[in-house]
Structures are given as structure tokens and as C-alpha cells.
Design a protein around this ligand. Structure first.
Ligand code: ADP
Length: 245
């Protein structure tokens, strides 16, 4: 059975349809890459799954519970968001908190873990992203790549069942992209279930077991990286890929 199912997800902003009846099954351990042109609804889709946007209609089945997107109680919303973490394009770190505090915040205030334990966990996560020596640095004292790796450490510290990455490398200088990709690769190899919106086709090809191509609020095609990226049947996808390569 799928870990998460999205059924008939629809979302419009000011009568403009942004997601048009989107369906997706996510299985345990899946790494799903989402590609597609700007404005096709990719970010709105991730935000809908994380309940940062409220879809107009559709169903979310998660952990064997079924929810109507537009009727989720506050308690269920919190419970779902505890299990589905999101990593943002622009890191979204607390500017007035250190690297360590950015990671402990959710553990202390969200999970009610005591401060000492939260710090221990945060230090273990910092070690995994090779930033132990930056524990007391503020975001403004860190490179974009380092900030993003703190963002990843903050997400993984919460032991989420699914992590959603929204263009995690697109705000980074090219030379900083590699370290962030390495961290996401490590999570994938450890079996972390993830959905990653990316414009890096080589990354999508190497990390994902399934690729979705979004266009105009629809999943135009879904399949293995070979099917979608190497041998796309759809002319629209062929054009998209040749335009960015
Ligand atoms: P992508 O991530 O594929 O670039 P988005 O999901 O960000 O696409 O946006 C899809 C469409 O929805 C765009 O036309 C965008 O302008 C519109 N949109 C996104 N968020 C909002 C919002 N909060 N209010 C109005 N329109 C929005």
C-alpha cells in the first residue's frame, strides 16, 4: 500500500487553475523528482502536500488515514506536518538563531524534547552534513550551500516520513550545488522517502526512481528516469529537455 496518495487535487488562485486534478502515489523509499517549466504548479503541489496551501478539493491518504484537503482539522494538520518536512529554495532559516538553534527549535517547541536532548540530536545532524564547526554561526555568516545543509539537517532531525525539497539548489552558486546534492543523495541511499522539485536533470536522473513532468497544472508524464529523461515519447518533454541542455 502507498505511504501517501494524492487523489484529484485541484487548486486555483483567483480563478486561474494551477493544479488540475493531480493524482500521485508515493511508496515507502520512493525518490520522486518533479521537473517541468516554471509556473507549471510544482511548488504549489509540494506546498499542498505539506498543507502550506489549502487545495480547493482532493484527498490526501497518509499512513492509512484519509483526509479531504479542504476539511482537515487543525489537529490533523499539525500531525501530518510533523511527518512531512519541507526544505525550501531559499532555506527559510531563522536569521536570528544560530545553526544549532535552527535545528533544535522544532525539536524543543514542536516535539517538546528537552533542550539538552535536542542539542544532542542537532549536533548529530550537524555532523552528518559536515557542519559541526558552524554550530554557533548565524545564517548570515554561512554560505548558501551551508545554509541549505542546515535546512536539510533541520528537516531530518524531525525524523519525517517524507521530505519535500523545493528546488533545493536553485539559489546556490554553481560551486556550492555539489555538497547539497551529496546530502540529498545520502538521504536517498538511506531509504528516505522524498519528493524533489529540481531543474537539474543529471541530479533527477541519478537520485530518483520516478520522474514526473508537470505542465499547466497536470502531470503530463510519469515514469522511470530512463523513460522520462532519456527516451521521452512526448514531444513537449523532448522540447523542454533540449531547451535546457
Ligand atoms: P512552479 O513551481 O512550477 O514554477 P508554482 O506552483 O510556483 O509553479 O506556480 C504556479 C502558478 O500559480 C503560477 O502561475 C503562479 O504565478 C501561481 N501562484 C502561485 N502561488 C500563488 C499565490 N499565492 N497567489 C496567486 N498565484 C499564485
Amino acid at each position: 500500500m502507498a505511504l501517501l496518495q494524492i487523489k484529484n487535487l485541484k487548486k486555483a488562485f483567483n480563478q486561474k487553475v494551477v493544479l488540475n486534478d493531480v493524482n500521485l502515489d508515493v511508496n515507502q523509499g520512493d525518490v520522486i523528482a518533479i521537473i517541468g517549466p516554471s509556473g507549471s504548479g510544482k511548488t504549489t503541489f509540494l506546498k499542498s502536500i505539506n498543507l502550506l496551501e489549502t487545495p480547493d478539493s482532493g484527498e490526501l491518504d497518509f499512513n492509512a488515514h484519509q483526509f479531504q484537503f479542504n476539511k482537515i482539522s487543525q489537529a490533523d494538520r499539525l500531525a501530518i506536518r510533523r511527518k512531512i518536512a519541507m526544505v525550501f529554495q531559499n532555506y527559510a532559516l531563522f536569521k536570528n538563531k544560530t545553526a544549532l538553534e535552527n535545528i533544535t527549535e522544532g525539536l524543543i517547541y514542536g516535539r517538546h524534547i528537552d533542550k539538552q536532548q535536542a542539542e544532542q540530536r542537532a549536533l548529530a545532524e550537524l555532523k552528518l552534513v559536515n557542519l559541526t564547526d558552524k554550530r554557533d554561526f548565524y545564517p548570515s555568516q554561512l554560505s548558501g550551500g551551508q545554509q541549505q545543509r542546515i535546512g536539510i539537517a533541520r528537516a531530518t532531525a524531525l525524523d519525517p516520513e517524507i521530505i519535500l525539497f523545493d528546488e533545493p539548489t536553485s539559489a546556490l552558486d554553481p560551486e556550492l550545488v555539489g555538497t547539497v546534492i551529496e546530502d540529498i543523495d545520502r538521504l536517498a541511499k538511506n531509504g528516505q522517502t522524498m519528493i524533489v522539485v529540481t531543474h537539474l536533470m543529471s541530479f533527477a536522473r541519478s537520485v530518483a526512481n520516478k520522474v514526473l513532468f508537470f505542465e499547466n497544472g497536470n502531470i503530463l508524464a510519469a515514469g522511470s528516469p530512463e523513460e522520462i529523461l532519456d527516451h521521452p515519447e512526448n514531444e513537449r518533454i523532448q522540447k523542454f529537455l533540449s531547451a535546457i541542455s
